[in-house]
Ligand binder design. Structure first.
Ligand code: BJ8
Length: 427
């Protein structure tokens, strides 16, 4: 990939040496975590190709879009309404922030003891190694957690940032505040892109993004079968790619994969015939953070669902398509997003209820709660998760980790002990 894209990376202002080091680190990690899996569906070839071209083909597509006058909008949270960006003719890209990149630079502007996701997005920007970030005309921040909220102030020294105020409760007045934020965001998008959002363009965008979510729901539904027809690692990868790939192409490829998986299910073939079934929950797992699912699945279990923003929280609710005019459509969009159960909300009972129903729907044997270090919302909420699952007799393992590999051995020991425990209690 390197040779043909160097000019493009140079024109984006990347630090080419640091970028080369990053690109060299991805293939061995990807080979070990992904390509070594046995029994992978053939439909994963497309997603392998996307990763292989991660800084190539898709970036070229973004540049072509920009050359035609289009805008690229970056986001770090599943609260940013992709429909609005698309209706204004823009492309919405989920920026990944899942690796320890540029941490030394990030620590010059941020405290050392801050969540690695925040440190990572700042690091990627300051180290100039992410062509997605460098392609963004505007980044959308949000007021979800304190760390992010304050970090966006600093990030705005380096790239234009628009911050959406996400309320912290879900009362009627919070709903109207959020609907107002969505409207303001739409006005900003219109101004920024120079395109008016019309009923037609918004309706089309809602349908496209709903179709993407429905394809992901179809994939999730197939994982309810036993044996599961696809690994949790592959499913996570697909969810990660969902955030930046071309919407129409991605949707078609997920549906193709689902056609193949339906045949597997009919034939009773799975990724692994036996082993505990696990639901993971907690903070998002951004590319290339595959650490915990890899440890779980290389210890003999299969992850069947992710109650994560790189999982069900991203796609499980669709926008109501019945909006009869622009105003109603925007309300429906706002409603859909406010249904997301982020730990930044208080109370957040919906997440606990969803988790319990997931264990039942997916025939899971246990739950692993995984939060990033220094993430207060999820770490504190894990107590409520523990209480709720205990009441239902659902086994839970709580872990806290970062993007380093230093704790992999210790995590493996704890995860193996948990799997053995739930294996024994299920005998
Ligand atoms: S909707 S989970 S994507 S905010 S891990 S930065 S919460 S300290 S990422 Fe999130 Fe939106 Fe919520 Fe989802 Fe802060 Fe915690 Fe770090 Fe986090």
């Amino acid at each position: 990939m390197t040779g043909s894209y160097t000019k493009m990376w140079e024109s984006l202002g990347l630090d080419l040496e640091a970028h080369d080091r990053l690109l060299q680190a991805i293939p061995p990690a990807y080979g070990e975590v992904y390509l070594n899996q046995e029994n992978r569906p053939k439909g994963m070839e497309y997603f392998d190709f996307v990763i292989n071209e991660i800084h190539g083909l898709r970036i070229q597509e973004l540049q072509d879009h920009k050359a035609g006058g289009g805008k690229v909008i970056g986001a770090f949270c599943v609260f940013v309404p992709e429909e609005i960006v698309r209706a204004a003719g823009g492309i919405c890209i989920g920026l990944c922030s899942g690796a320890e990149i540029g941490f030394d630079l990030a620590e010059k502007v941020l405290p050392r003891s801050i969540c690695p996701l925040i440190k990572s997005f700042m690091g990627f920007k300051l180290a100039r190694v992410c062509p997605y970030f460098e392609s963004c005309d505007l980044v959308v921040g949000e007021t979800t957690c304190d760390g992010k909220k304050k970090a966006f102030e600093i990030l705005s020294d380096y790239v234009p940032v628009h911050v959406m105020e996400v309320p912290q409760m879900k009362r009627e007045k919070d709903r109207s505040l959020w609907a107002g934020e969505v409207r303001e965001f739409m006005a900003r998008m219109e101004k920024y892109t120079g395109n008016r959002v019309t009923e037609d363009s918004l309706r089309r965008a809602v349908r496209e993004v709903n179709a993407k979510r429905e394809a992901l729901m179809r994939l999730a539904g197939l994982r309810k079968n036993s044996p599961a027809p696809i690994s949790g690692k592959d499913s996570l990868l697909i969810n990660q790619i969902a955030m930046y790939d071309d919407v129409g192409r991605f949707t078609a490829k997920v549906n193709e994969l689902c056609d193949e998986l339906e045949i597997r299910v009919r034939e009773g073939r799975g990724i692994r015939e036996q082993g505990p079934r696990i639901v993971i929950t907690g903070t998002p797992m951004a590319v290339p953070n595959w650490k915990v699912p890899h440890i779980i699945e290389s210890s003999g279990a299969v992850v069947v669902a992710e109650e994560l923003c790189t999982g069900l929280r991203y796609f499980e609710n669709t926008v109501n398509e019945a909006g009869e005019n622009l105003d109603r459509m925007i309300d429906y969009i706002a409603d859909r997003y406010l249904d997301i159960n982020c730990a930044c909300f208080t109370p957040n009972r919906g997440r606990l209820e969803r988790l319990i129903s997931l264990v039942d729907e997916y025939g899971a044997d246990g739950v692993i709660h995984c939060s990033l270090t220094f993430c207060d919302p999820y770490a504190v909420e894990s107590y409520r998760v523990e209480q709720a699952l205990r009441e239902k007799g659902i086994p839970l393992l709580k872990i806290e980790t970062d993007y380093g590999q230093g704790d992999s051995g210790q995590l493996k020991t704890r995860i193996e002990a948990f799997l053995e425990m739930i294996g024994r209690s299920g005998e």
